[in-house]
Design a protein around this ligand. Structure first.
Ligand code: ADP
Ligand code: MG
Length: 485
């Protein structure tokens, strides 16, 4: 039987760019010393009350607009009641059931291998993160710095058909978080976590009717996009094999864990009945109206998004779709490239340098973008040195490798290495004639039609100048001078 794969994602992204937490004035920075960024309200001390962080709401509304969602007229929060040591209040403030969360029913277009794909967004909601458990040999300690960090959870409809689609979508959303300045969205810092839902259905049936959908399996807290890809592919294989063997009833609605080490999913718990979280509207946060004026203001303040930059690169700068896609993938790289263009670097040359040399070297040397000392100005100067023929493009690559992390400017490296190309034609004419004077027999060969001796003669110029003559100028000069003989 042929199966249709259905994948739905729940993507949690911490808002890292507010100064304070979602409902308290504690610093939104849990990289600090453990339990340094906390306030009594995060610890649920009696008599404390939450205060909504307007900036977090603003960012949530902006994301809601970008995802094509509807924004609510009134904002409510709800309590999701459960106890865990990382949740001292005994409830999480979230937006889960009714009334409307910060975003509902959107649609978003992303690209996979140059093809545009649409995905329906079920909702986007604003909530608070839980504390984190730090494991030590002596035992586990709870660090409450993360408790109350604002979190946006995006829930898609099960519209993805492959792991590649799901990952392309996640990458697009991550870059939007970065471009809008809402979050660093760094999975290495645990800022992005995904729940991945996978099911298989009979491909001959109508997929618009949920009755025909297969039983879904949920993988919770997958914390890298590579993990998402592997977990989906593993589940597709596992479920296909069960269905093919007529063991479809062994696919049960359950939560599985993606285990990085064994590259497989492991059952955690069966979802017999949903846990009853006894949701109710958070009584300590009055509902408040979101004004049309504020929404308009937020809409106007949406910065240029990655796909808009891409269009500009292709249409205005004439660089390829492929290169533009690579550059916009990381905001820092795109900002670097934009700065080069602002300094009037040639857009195509700059794009070549960024995509091949810069990113190539970062990959090869396993460096992060923040670790380099190369500035847009240095790259622009390097391009100019090649354009003015002061150094060859081969030498430029050598200079590039030096200026990437050494803090030196290209001019300094060129000087240190004595690399300057000799482009002074008068000087080269002089040397060409020296070479010809020393080799009358070669001139004779040339006159007898052996044109290829030019290469050897040019080589002699290069030798005399210890490789510093510009090879093109040297060759042209040699032809001109030998013709005069
Ligand atoms: P639950 O009540 O189990 O949390 P939801 O309806 O809230 O389920 O959906 C959670 C996620 O699971 C959403 O991303 C949704 O798209 C996805 N999902 C729902 N049904 C399926 C299915 N049959 N196959 C794959 N994903 C699904
Ligand atoms: Mg759900």
């Amino acid at each position: 039987m042929k199966y249709r794969v259905m994948i739905g994602l729940e993507m949690h992204c911490e808002i890292s760019e507010t100064k304070t937490k979602a409902f308290s004035s504690a610093k939104n920075d849990y990289s600090e010393y453990p339990n340094a960024s906390i306030r009594p309200v995060d610890m649920a001390f009696p008599g404390t009350l939450p205060t909504v962080n307007k900036e977090a709401v603003r960012m949530g509304l902006m994301m809601s607009m970008i995802l094509g969602c509807t924004q609510p007229e009134y904002l409510y929060f709800e309590r999701k009641n459960y106890y865990y040591p990382d949740l001292p209040k005994g409830f999480q403030i979230t937006q889960e059931t009714k009334p409307a969360p910060i975003g509902s029913f959107g649609e978003f277009t992303y690209e996979l291998n140059g093809e545009k794909k649409k995905i329906r967004i079920n909702n986007l909601h604003l909530e608070e993160d839980a504390a984190s458990s730090d494991h030590y040999p002596s035992g586990t300690r709870i660090n409450y710095n993360r408790a109350g960090v604002p979190l946006l959870e995006l829930v898609t409809e099960p519209d993805f058909r492959s792991a590649d689609e799901a990952v392309a979508f996640l990458e697009a959303i991550r870059s939007i978080y970065q471009y809008t300045g809402i979050s660093e969205a760094d999975s290495k810092k645990g800022q992005v976590r995904c729940d991945v839902n996978v099911s298989l259905m009979d491909a001959s049936l109508d997929d618009s009717d949920p009755k025909n959908w297969g039983t879904k399996v949920e993988m919770k807290n997958v914390n890298s996009f590579g993990g998402v890809r592997d977990a989906i592919n593993y589940e597709i294989k596992r479920q296909t094999e069960l269905l093919d063997a007529g063991k479809g009833d062994e696919i049960v609605q359950e939560t599985r864990r993606w285990d990085e080490e064994s590259s497989s999913t492991i059952s955690m718990r069966e979802k017999v009945d949903a846990i009853d979280y006894k949701y109710f509207v958070e009584p300590n946060i009055p509902k408040f109206k979101i004004s049309k004026e504020w929404l308009l203001e937020i809409k106007k303040s949406i910065p240029t998004l990655p796909y808009e930059r891409k269009e500009k690169y292709i249409n205005e700068y004439g660089i390829t779709d492929y290169d533009a896609t690579i550059i916009i993938k990381d905001k820092k790289v795109s900002d670097f490239y934009d700065e080069c263009i602002n300094l009037h670097a040639d857009p195509k040359l700059a794009s070549n340098w960024v995509t091949t040399n810069l990113l190539g070297n970062l990959n090869k040397l396993e460096l992060e973008f923040d670790e380099i000392t190369l500035t847009p100005k240095m790259l622009k100067d390097l391009i100019d040195l090649v354009n003015s023929k002061e150094i060859s493009s081969k030498q430029a690559k050598e200079v590039f490798a030096e200026i990437l992390t050494s803090g030196k400017t290209p001019q300094e490296v060129v000087k240190e290495k004595g690399m300057k190309q000799m482009s002074d034609e008068g000087e080269i004419v002089k040397i060409a004639n020296e070479v010809l004077d020393e080799n009358p027999d070669v001139i004779l060969k040339y006159k007898n039609g052996r044109n290829n001796v030019i290469d050897w003669l040019t080589g002699q110029i290069m030798k005399k100048t210890r490789g510093q003559a510009n090879p093109t100028i040297a060759r042209d000069t040699m032809i001109k001078e030998i013709e005069k003989r």
